[in-house]
Design a protein around this ligand. Structure first.
Ligand SMILES: NC(=O)c1ccc[n+]([C@@H]2O[C@H](COP(=O)([O-])OP(=O)(O)OC[C@H]3O[C@@H](n4cnc5c(N)ncnc54)[C@H](O)[C@@H]3O)[C@@H](O)[C@H]2O)c1
Length: 337
């Protein structure tokens, strides 16, 4: 029998990539529940909006009435939680929305999963592990040492999820992924921000000395892993998802400038973010072994594809950068940007 998935946060970056993937590569029906915060965008769904296997419901995951209604009305068989407040800098300005969406919201979805006996995937992040030094990688048994309100709220959501497995026998698994890039990423995150500014010949704000290291994965590889975890993952297990692609921020910025044929003089170093984690690196071997999944994208090619997507989606970009985002940008980087 085919699945009907409640995809929370399906109008965001990862959620909309996952919705595209599920409609193309699985026979699952999808009901998206999304609050359409500044990061959620119905334009992310424009290629699939007429698909009869997709429904969209506007609402918050903290609203148990809506969540319960969706579970019964659409005979939901599983929940994948991609709904979250996700930007570290915003969590430094105010932790409250992060606690609300990432902890309270997760709890409401977990309650519904227990009530209706559903499979559950909590999409999480490598940031729950905190920072690495020059060497080593995060494994699933690395201790949780979150250093921002964002990562702390995600760690709390993960802990709640595992507690529901132990306490109620919920069939829940967690994916913890490294930094994503690709189409539909809101232009406050490193790669789309640098692409957008370079396209407009504006300064490219790089934190500190740009030597912070992130481990990058193409969003399409991440969403394949999420679906593999849904189908083949075991309850109570955590799967680290990454593509063994460590890069210094400054090197990525230079690659983007080279793709766009723009000068490196556009780079402008800014005061470092408080509590800025130095390095993340994921060991994805366990997920590869248990889920039969492997990342496929080659970084240089997929980065070029991503740059081209932003060039070709001017209308999307203008919509995403209007309104609230402009206020945030001025507050974060000041008037000189
Ligand atoms: N983007 C990355 O690099 C990355 C890496 C690892 C893990 N993750 C995880 O993947 C998940 C999705 O991240 P993303 O990058 O797509 O984020 P995003 O900010 O692009 O999208 C989040 C979506 O959730 C929705 N949302 C927020 N609060 C909500 C609420 N209370 N109720 C309903 N909907 C709500 C937003 O409207 C938006 O559509 C997050 O849990 C994040 O921690 C992301």
């Amino acid at each position: 029998m085919s699945e009907t998935i409640l995809l929370a946060g399906g109008a965001g970056f990862i959620g909309s990539n996952l919705a595209d993937y599920l409609l193309a590569e699985s026979d699952a029906d999808i009901v998206i529940l999304d609050a359409l915060t500044y990061a959620g965008n119905l334009m992310n769904l424009r290629n699939i909006v007429n698909n009869t296997r997709l429904r969209f419901i506007h609402g918050h995951i903290e609203n148990s009435e809506i969540v319960n209604h969706i579970c019964t009305r659409y005979c939901i068989s599983g929940i994948i939680n991609a709904a979250a407040e996700t930007h570290v800098d915003r969590s430094i300005h105010s932790a409250a929305p992060f606690v609300q969406a990432n902890i309270v919201g997760t709890q409401v979805l977990l309650d519904a999963a227990v009530k209706y006996g559903l499979r559950f995937i909590q999409i999480s992040t490598d940031e729950v592990y905190g920072s690495l030094g020059e060497n080593g990688t995060f494994t699933e048994s690395s201790p949780l040492r979150p250093s921002s309100p964002y990562s702390a709220s995600k760690a709390a959501g993960d802990m709640l999820t595992l507690s529901f497995v132990a306490t109620y026998g919920l069939r829940a698994s967690i994916t913890r992924c490294s930094n994503n890039y690709g189409a539909y990423q809101f232009p406050e995150k490193l790669i789309p921000l640098m692409i957008c500014n370079a396209l407009e010949d504006k300064p490219l704000p790089v934190y500190g000395n740009g030597n912070n290291v992130r481990d990058w994965i193409y969003a399409r590889d991440h969403v394949r892993a999420i679906w593999a975890a849904y189908k083949f993952g075991e309850p109570g297990e955590v799967y680290n998802i990454g593509a063994r692609c460590e890069m210094r921020n400054i090197d990525i910025v230079k690659m983007i400038l080279a793709i766009l044929d723009k000068p490196e003089s556009l780079i402008k170093f800014t005061t470092d973010r408080p509590g800025h984690d130095f390095r993340y690196a994921i060991d994805p071997s366990y997920a590869e072994m248990r889920l039969g999944w492997k990342p496929q994208a080659v970084f240089a090619d997929a980065l070029k594809e991503t740059v081209e997507w932003y060039i070709n989606n001017d209308e999307w970009l203008t919509a995403a950068r209007s309104g609230e985002y402009r206020n945030y940008y001025a507050r974060q980087y000041g008037k000189s940007f």
